[in-house]
Design a protein around this ligand. Structure first.
Ligand SMILES: [Zn+2]
Length: 326
């Protein structure tokens, strides 16, 4: 693994290559951006390039430092992860002891703090000291998808690097070159993954996506037929899949968008589910363009309410009532 094998994030990669080559890397970094877009991998790759014996700004993958990083046993690299829901004071203490000892093999010590927002208040206050007086040979890389939960004093002492999700096209081309997957399937997965290569791989490699796909289709049929008893049955699906509700709603939106596109254009090639044209025709029959737009709006609103931690059962019930009214 080196910068050239990371997908996307071109600007960040060339920036880090340059500052590492020129010996100008900041001693405290905060990589921020949505989950699953490769922030932790970027942190690892920065450390590896920094440790590499050849000092070119890119890891060579063959020197002893690179090999130790690849084997996950480099003595100068440490990752702190939440213990339960929090990164506790004791973990920061251990980290401070780790950086107090000179590096063994490399010229630096690198500590990655994953989900840095999970540092509790006393951990954040404790780490401030290290951030305020950074040692010459220490680099701290905090990684977070919720940087607003960090103290302003912590934020102000780190160089913040905002990383964005990947484009649908980048994800599609990655999936197609690494998996035997149809274009339509890759497109669907890219849309659902919203910029996260990690999530797109999860969909391909786990059964979650298959389950969601099947159940959402049944849900759409039940809504179309206004089949109350079936909907009641599907209630358990929403309870069971609470963790994946974001994807379920996104996937429902994809279907309604397809129906809308079909209504407006009748062009099969525009549809993500173009291979299921009969199903689309059947569902589109009973819904007007206005109703479809209203359904998509209801789903978007549901997503927003869930993001704001609204009552889960109530939000889902309201969504189903709205969809049934259409
Ligand atoms: Zn190397």
């Amino acid at each position: 693994m080196s910068f050239k094998t990371i997908i996307g994030h071109e600007q960040e990669k060339s920036y880090f290559k340059k500052v590492i080559r020129e010996n100008n890397l900041s001693h405290a970094l905060l990589l921020e951006g949505p989950s699953g877009i490769g922030k932790k991998l970027m942190a690892f790759t920065i450390a590896k390039a920094l440790f590499c014996d050849h000092h070119t700004g890119e890891a060579c993958d063959t020197c002893r430092n690179c090999i130790k990083m690849n084997h996950g046993n480099h003595p100068d690299y440490s990752v702190i992860e939440a213990d339960g829901n929090q990164i506790k004071n004791a973990q920061i203490e251990a980290f401070q002891e780790f950086v107090n000892v000179k590096p063994y093999d490399a010229e630096y010590k690198v500590v990655v703090i994953d989900d840095a927002e999970k540092m509790n208040l006393s951990s954040q206050n404790r780490i401030l000291k290290t951030l305020e007086e950074p040692a010459e040979d220490v680099v701290i890389i905090m990684v977070s998808d919720q940087p607003d939960r960090l103290l302003p004093t912590v934020l102000s002492r780190a160089q913040q690097i905002k990383m964005n999700g990947l484009s649908d096209d980048a994800i599609i081309s990655y999936l197609k070159s690494h998996y035997s997957v149809e274009t339509s399937e890759a497109e669907m997965i890219a849309k659902l993954a919203s910029g996260s290569i990690g999530r797109s791989i999860l969909y391909l490699e786990s059964e979650i996506f298959e389950v969601i796909r099947k159940e959402v289709k049944e849900l759409l049929i039940a809504i179309d037929l206004k089949d109350q008893s079936k909907l009641l049955e599907l209630n358990s699906f929403f309870i069971k899949e609470k963790e994946n509700i974001h994807e379920i709603i996104e996937y429902m939106i994809l279907w309604y968008r397809d129906l809308l596109l079909y209504k407006k254009s009748k062009l099969k090639q525009l549809l993500i589910h173009g291979h299921e044209l009969d199903f689309i025709k059947k569902l589109a029959r009973n819904l007007s363009i206005k109703q479809l737009i209203s359904n998509i709006e209801s789903l978007e609103l549901t997503k927003k309410k869930l993001d704001q931690h609204g009552n889960y059962d109530l939000t889902i019930d309201t969504m189903l009532v709205k969809l049934l009214e259409a």
